[in-house]
Write a protein that binds this ligand. Sequence first.
Ligand code: SF4
Length: 289
Amino acid sequence: MKVLLADEYGFCFGVDRAVDMVEDAVGAGDTVRTLGPLIHNEQEMLRLGEKGVTTVSDPVQIQHNETAVIRAHGVTPQVQKELKEKASKVVDATCPFVTRVQRLAARAAAEDRHVIVVGSPEHPEMIGVKGYAPDHSFIIKDETEVAGLPRLRRPLVVSQTTIKAQTFFDTAEAIKEKTDDEVQVINTICSATRDRQDAARALAGMVDVFYIIGATHSSNSVKLHAVCSEQCEKSFLIETEHDIDPKDLVGAEQVGVTAGASTPGWLIDKVVKRLEHLGKEIANDHSLS
Ligand code: SF4
């Protein structure tokens, strides 16, 4: 039984960078507190917890001798200021792709233009971006919400980094009806999610069983599972190597593996090792077949 990994899988650039920054702060002897969970992966949070990293939900919970971490989603300028006032040090792990959206919003607002961000208003990344253009921005989910917008002044349209490209372009097109001015459209979607889906789709057609490693509440992992299921009937979303049922592997010649953007490399290694081990066991143990 051969275990094949998708060409792109696991930690995206922004999450990888955020985890590295936290590890560096821990290595420097800091008491590290992240504002909100650093990553949507329980196992990785437990690993960081063992190194003393804890999570707070509000800047007021941070002590003066502690290091505060802003996670990859970013925060509003107001929250950033509060963190600077409370903590001894602030580690800003905002993903540079998110920083770009924040800067574009701030610049357009400074020019007294309207900013329309296509995304989920309740998503932490969107709450942070809105803080950069509080009186000039609107966050809408898709084109169905364009009708609710007022007349727009020299609008800039940008996107949450993780939305579907089609949703963004359809919404940007619909926004043209809301203004007499030119609409500036800047696609700020990050390719990490799409790259992982494309790679998983390419591999799913070649394998007998597919494992997607990620949390059931991680939306990009759930999407990966859906993409793989289209091509490979036996596609399973698992959190750890313990979720593998050996019976699913009986008769399989090729097994595919991918992982969501919040799944750490060490967890992926464990799954691959377990699959390789099970492959050998099944080959030697006919009671499973
Ligand atoms: S998905 Fe993209 S934008 Fe979001 S943290 Fe990862 S690299 Fe950054």
